[in-house]
Design a protein around this ligand. Structure first.
Ligand code: C2E
Ligand code: MG
Ligand code: MG
Ligand code: MG
Length: 287
């Protein structure tokens, strides 16, 4: 009985690995074509101000609706894109699509994830500025989300690119804060406008305990340095109230909305309302 269970578990793991390898092969074979043929799509997730639940930004999150394998999540293909030298093309596509869509949402910032390899590319700053000019978007509405890996390697070059982007008015957010390898000194050295507390801190979040202490410290650190503090992965009213009590500025998470299509963002922005109204609306449009 026990032996049998063990064997089943093993074959289950084997099947999972098989599946993962198959998907990886599909991604490797088809990703270049998907980028070239405009087959990727962007979903957008609102970031709301904690005081009045106004949508202040939407984050662009890339997805790949594969004709055979269904919707593929970014975590399944971003790494492959980096390994295969496709991340520059993919990143440019995302920037252009997101800035173009954002023209429909005046007054709302557009947050765009940037891979470390993409950021380190020699032409990154000029590519970003060219796309911003082409789209006619105000650069102060563009917020690039970088992870700590961007600044860990070749810090001098990263610093230079960041200063240049900020000089053009582009905003910089430090994504997944608290999960990387960088030391706190980076926060002072690099000119970020905002930090995003990683979702993993909130997952375990009760209003007491170690995660709560860490969230508390991050919020206070960010505020003390004059940065906007955004919490990602907010799913419950308890988390909301906890973050409010700490003085967190902005929230993003399923409590307000999952990532949705551009058309669904149009609908959300057309309905200013209370959290309850928004939550009800979100229930209707959630997929
Ligand atoms: P991220 O930038 O930290 O984005 C937040 C992720 O958390 C998204 O996953 C989002 O759907 C998810 N999320 C947001 N709120 C909640 C919540 O309340 N509960 C839960 N369980 N999850 C929540 P997604 O869309 O699968 O993206 C995963 C990661 O892929 C992103 O993490 C980002 O690092 C990367 N990524 C996405 N789009 C792009 C892109 O265009 N370029 C690059 N380079 N990376 C991207
Ligand atoms: Mg992000
Ligand atoms: Mg994040
Ligand atoms: Mg992440």
């Amino acid at each position: 009985q026990a032996k049998n269970g063990g064997r089943n578990r093993f074959s289950f793991v084997e099947r999972q690995m098989d599946e993962a390898l198959r998907l990886r092969k599909v991604v490797e074979d088809d990703l270049r074509k998907a980028i070239e043929n405009d087959e990727l799509v962007l979903h957008y997730q609102p970031q709301v101000e904690i005081d009045n639940y106004t949508v202040v930004a939407v984050e662009a999150l890339v997805r790949w609706p594969h004709p055979v394998h269904g919707m593929i999540a970014p975590e399944k293909f971003i790494t492959v894109a980096e390994e295969r030298g496709l991340i520059i093309a993919l990143g440019e596509w995302v920037l252009r699509r997101a800035c173009t869509d954002a023209m429909r949402w005046p007054g709302v910032r557009i947050a765009i994830n940037v891979s470390a390899i993409q950021f380190r590319h020699r032409d990154f700053v000029s590519d970003v500025m060219r796309i911003i000019t082409d789209c006619g978007i105000d650069p102060t509405r563009v917020e690039l989300e970088l992870t700590e890996s961007v600044v860990v390697k070749d810090a001098d070059a990263a610093e230079e690119a960041m200063i240049e982007l900020r000089a053009h008015g582009v905003r910089l957010a430090l994504d997944d804060f608290g999960t990387g390898y960088s030391s706190l000194i980076y926060l002072r050295r690099f000119a970020f406008d905002k930090i995003k507390i990683d979702r993993s801190f909130l997952e375990a979040a009760e209003t007491t305990g170690e995660s709560a202490i860490l969230i508390h410290s991050i919020v206070h650190l960010g505020r003390a340095l004059g940065l906007t503090v955004t919490a990602e992965g907010v799913e419950t009213h308890e988390q909301l109230e906890f973050l409010r009590a700490l003085g967190c500025h902005e929230l993003q998470g399923y409590l307000f909305s999952k990532p949705v299509t551009a058309e669904e963002i149009d609908v959300i922005l057309a309905q200013p309302g209370t959290l309850e109204e928004r939550a009800t609306l979100v229930k209707k449009v959630a997929r």
